[in-house]
Design a protein around this ligand. Structure first.
Ligand code: SF4
Ligand code: SF4
Ligand code: SF4
Length: 362
């Protein structure tokens, strides 16, 4: 069982593209521990929390309480905990990294490489690239496979490959990119053409270095390639079931973008999940968006992310045009990478996928 704990909506950064509505609200220890109790009440041995913010490390005391409580409860049932945390990195230190390795917290660092100072500033407006330098070194030493989470602002679209390759050179082997999906960002066709070009550059680079001892894994491509070869959707949403979100006040919602919306409330940490509300929300989320019927990319598209659709269009089933255009830029680049790897019979690629390549690729 997995929950997302929204520890706070507060942050010590004020990134230009941030979509969060910041507030000083923080989850209390009592609420966090009740969330843990609820998690264990389902009787699963494998459990996990995604530690989410704002900036989750502003709530370090609560995190430490959660880790201690869950370690004890897990030990009683011979279970296993896993944690994920995305952080802006500013509050990382050696003690926390020790705790992270003891409790299996997989840390993803939000970092835009050379574009960092353009968008990612402290609340007081100070640049953050230099501030993070030592933190990046410490993180990569503790977790060499840590993911760099890059957010691409529209005005920097032509510099995506430069930013990803900068992060790779800095020591990150795994990079994920999200574009600025705020509804007010005016992405144009020209931007998307530039983005397609940038993805193309990265596809060539990833393919050329795929068999290196330390290849660049651009995770956006990995998901699309695996989905095609393994014949499965590139994401499985299961809204409200897979990863319910616990708000700072303990109320439970189906996912990140639905926090504090009364019509999406599905319980709280004291009383548990309201099964009827959960079922209603889950079933309402199913179904193919009308605009996607017949599209060849359907199974490999993130068109069914209710969060993204809802936050941009106000409707879970309406895919925003920018998402469609983005997928049409990304998927062909991933295919190009797979084609290059297949053509050169990359040993690593063939080991990973050789036995499962669809007949037409063979
Ligand atoms: S670090 Fe994250 S939560 Fe904080 S302002 Fe930046 S994007 Fe928003
Ligand atoms: S709504 Fe989107 S973010 Fe939430 S679980 Fe579904 S796919 Fe994931
Ligand atoms: S590419 Fe566009 S039309 Fe095709 S499945 Fe994705 S969102 Fe729908």
């Amino acid at each position: 069982m997995n929950f997302t704990l929204h520890l706070t909506a507060d942050c010590n950064f004020a990134c230009r593209y941030c979509y969060e509505t910041h507030s000083p609200a923080r989850m209390s220890e009592e609420t966090a521990i009740n969330a843990c109790r609820l998690l264990f009440s389902y009787g699963h041995k494998k459990n996990g929390f995604s530690l989410f913010g704002g900036e989750p490390l502003l709530c370090r005391g609560v995190i430490e309480r959660v880790l201690g409580f869950c370690a004890e409860e897990s030990a009683k049932i011979g279970g296993q905990m896993r944690y994920r945390m995305t952080t802006n990195g500013s509050l990382l230190d050696a003690d926390f990294l020790r705790l992270a390795s003891e409790h299996r917290i997989e840390i993803a660092l939000s970092h835009d490489g050379p574009l960092q100072d353009d968008q990612r500033r402290t609340r007081g407006g100070a640049p953050t690239l230099g501030l993070l330098d030592e933190k990046v070194s410490m993180l990569l030493e503790a977790q060499p496979n840590a993911i760099a989470m890059l957010t691409l602002a529209r005005e920097n679209v032509g510099r995506l490959s430069e930013a990803v390759l900068w992060l790779y050179a800095r020591g990150f082997s795994r990079v994920n990119c999200a574009i600025d999906y705020r509804p007010q960002t005016p992405w144009t066709e020209e931007d998307m053409a530039l983005l397609a070009r940038e993805y193309g550059v990265l596809a060539e680079f990833c393919a050329a270095h795929y068999d290196d001892p330390r290849p660049l894994r651009f995770l956006n491509f990995d998901a699309k390639i695996a989905a095609y070869i393994e014949g499965r959707p590139c994401m499985e949403c299961r809204l409200g079931i897979k990863q319910p979100s616990v708000a700072p006040d303990g109320r439970i919602y189906p996912c990140n973008q639905f926090l504090n919306l009364p019509e999406y409330l599905m319980g709280d940490v004291m009383h548990g999940i309201d099964r009827e509300a959960q079922k209603r929300i889950y079933y309402a989320s199913l179904g193919e968006p009308e605009s996607c019927r017949g599209c060849a990319l359907n199974a490999r598209c993130r068109n069914s992310c209710s969060c993204l659709n809802f936050s941009m269009t106000g409707d879970e089933h309406t895919v925003p045009p920018v998402q469609c255009a983005h997928e049409r830029a990304l998927i062909p680049a991933a295919d190009r990478m797979a084609e290059l790897l297949y053509t050169k019979k990359s040993p690593r690629f063939m080991r990973a996928y050789g036995g499962r390549l669809p007949a037409k690729a063979e």
